[in-house]
Ligand binder design. Structure first.
Ligand SMILES: [Fe+2]
Length: 245
């Protein structure tokens, strides 16, 4: 079984809760789709886990901003990435590890990106909201998914599955789907450390053969919020965690 995680964003409590579930499920391999850091108060702890345990950990837009200093972030995100850089630069091995992150990985008909197939670092896979967007998604899957069948994506902090027959949003009554070989699909795994679908629980996915499962895991949000405030990061970054926005 593979676990696909994304957008941990320096949230140690959320990552620990997710890893506990993964250990119970006997996950053998971890893939992280980027944004290990940024926004959250525990960049060192989550980076050590990513470096030691994840088979793949991609370059997200926050990793890019971390190492290049270039971004178009709002002031809260910009302050957080500057604070994060100051922490990580003190740990040479971790800093070097970040310099080596790659924007995508491809294997076994599976493309992994942070953003989308068109721009693996910055572009967002948007959930289709009307029939025209739904048709565009189907065209994308049929026309541009060449050399791979499924694409795991993060960045939008919202879990959903887009296939050529439609879009499915997982919920507590329906979390497991079959991905038959050769079928095209975008799989957005949501965010471990800063979900934005109005469900504050940590989100991730597992793949076991053809079985794709979306998971939600409650964690100690209050502890993470207290750490954000103690670090002097913007209070909005704490508030949003409780609401899942
Ligand atoms: Fe993110």
């Amino acid at each position: 079984m593979i676990a696909i995680l994304s957008d941990i964003h320096g949230n140690w409590e959320a990552l620990q809760a997710v890893l506990e579930v993964c250990e119970r499920l006997r996950v053998q391999r971890y893939i992280c789709l980027g944004d290990v850091i940024g926004y959250g108060p525990d960049p060192l702890a989550v980076s050590r886990v990513a470096r030691e345990r994840f088979a793949i950990s991609l370059l997200g837009n926050h990793e890019e901003a971390l190492i290049t200093g270039k971004h178009r972030f709002n002031p809260h995100a910009a302050q957080a990435i500057d604070w994060t850089r100051a922490q990580l630069k003190r740990e040479r091995e971790l800093w070097q590890w970040y310099l080596e992150r790659q924007p995508f990985a491809i294997s076994d008909q599976m493309l992994c990106v942070h953003g989308s197939i068109y721009d693996p670092v910055h572009d967002y896979v948007d959930e289709p909201e009307n029939p025209i967007e739904a048709q565009q998604m189907i065209e994308t899957l049929n026309r541009d998914f060449s050399g791979f069948d499924v694409c795991f994506a993060g960045h939008n902090h919202t879990p959903f599955l887009a296939t050529t027959v439609g879009v499915i949003v997982p919920h507590d009554g329906h979390r497991q789907f079959r991905l038959p070989k050769g079928h095209k699909a975008y799989i957005c795994v949501g965010s471990v450390g800063q979900p934005r679908d109005r469900d504050p629980r940590a989100s991730f996915a597992t793949l076991d053969g053809e079985a794709l499962t979306f998971h939600r895991v409650p964690y100690d949000v209050a502890t993470t919020q207290a750490k954000i405030l103690r670090a002097g990061l913007n209070p909005f970054l704490a508030e949003r965690l409780a609401e899942g926005i």
